[in-house]
Ligand binder design. Sequence first.
Ligand SMILES: *Cc1c(COP(=O)(O)O)cnc(C)c1O
Ligand SMILES: [Zn+2]
Length: 423
Amino acid sequence: MSRFLGYRCSRCGQEYGADERLYVCRQDGGNLDVLLDLERITAESSPAAIGRSREPGIWRYLPLLPVDDPGHQGTPLRAVGWTPLYAPPRLRHALGLPRLWVKDDGRNPTASFKDRASAVVVARAQELGVERVVTASTGNAGAALAGMAAAAGMPAVIFAPMTAPPAKVAQLMIYGAQVFLIEGSYDQAFDLSIEASAAYGWYCRNTGYNPFTAEGKKTAAYEICEQLTLAESTQAGVGNGWLAPDVVLVSVGDGNIISGLAKGFQDLVDLGWIAAAPRLYAVQAEGSAAVYNAFQAGADEIEPVQATTLADSISVDQPRDGWRALQAVRRTGGKCLRVTDQAILEAMSDLALTAGVFAEPAGAAAHAGLRLAVAEGLLAEDERVVLLNTGNGIKDVASAMKAAGQPTVIEPTMAALAAVLAG
Ligand SMILES: *Cc1c(COP(=O)(O)O)cnc(C)c1O
Ligand SMILES: [Zn+2]
């Protein structure tokens, strides 16, 4: 664990040693950035060395992670990440973006981006020797923790709102987690889980609370650059380094994915493995737009909202990593975009129809944001743009049916078929 130097508060800059057992800053509750020994990483690793790794997932980036190899070969814990980076020809054409890419993180073991964080948190929990992991979740973080904990043989406790889509609740149950559905919001589940973890000594994975989640999520930034370099290998990378995109679009709830991506790209800039970090475009649902509101107002503090959106994974009153998310957007010269639930449903069918990617509403929100960004002229035609789908559409079939409409029911006869075909 010698690459892991300690923590620094993202708000006040207070530093803490690696042996401290804490989640957020003791002074101001700010989110903690994990500090890594970049000199050591430079001495021990390189893009070429990582390129030779035979790990088909996030563990190929072990030299850049603050945990040791967790083991569990031959389990889904080793299969997190290295999700496809598509070059979708018809979507590129439709949007007039010839260098558009779609990264499909719905292809993770539990079908969402959250596996990246949960795998790293389980690795950390093992090192700490804790007996039980816990998380609050709108559904996906819990499914991911339950799945990764099952792979590692570790008990998990999950708190989720009663309104979580049934497929996500089924995932929690089938992986054998102890599941508490809360008669209340995600934010209430969040607060309860923190109290419970303190009272019972459980290791808490909560998004935007545990500093290791962003360390897992940053692996998507590494992958995007490595995969882009492989895909465009006729063009030279940056010396011995990787190509970075110009823009990445991602949906935002708590803001931890976008903070993790920002950390990942910044790591690569600091290591000299990419030339510059991409602009990060944060997409929020109209009914859950706390980060967007602060960005538009030029404000430093984020005012909570009363979240209402069908995109359950980004339905958040008080973004727990909102401050870093806001900094990530501002620092990279990015934008915040706001989309309606109707636009999300349209984007869900458009992405499936045009790119063959089935996203849940929160994933499709990023595509709705992409369509808006194109309409508003926020992207140049020659830019490399990456659209990140964060969750699989199978997780929320009710919304998919809303987006897609109902199929035609007929009697099993040619006459019935012909009648329908005749219109
Ligand atoms: C969690 C999640 C998000 C948002 O991530 P935050 O870190 O909360 O901003 C987006 N899409 C899906 C599918 C998710 O599960
Ligand atoms: Zn602080």
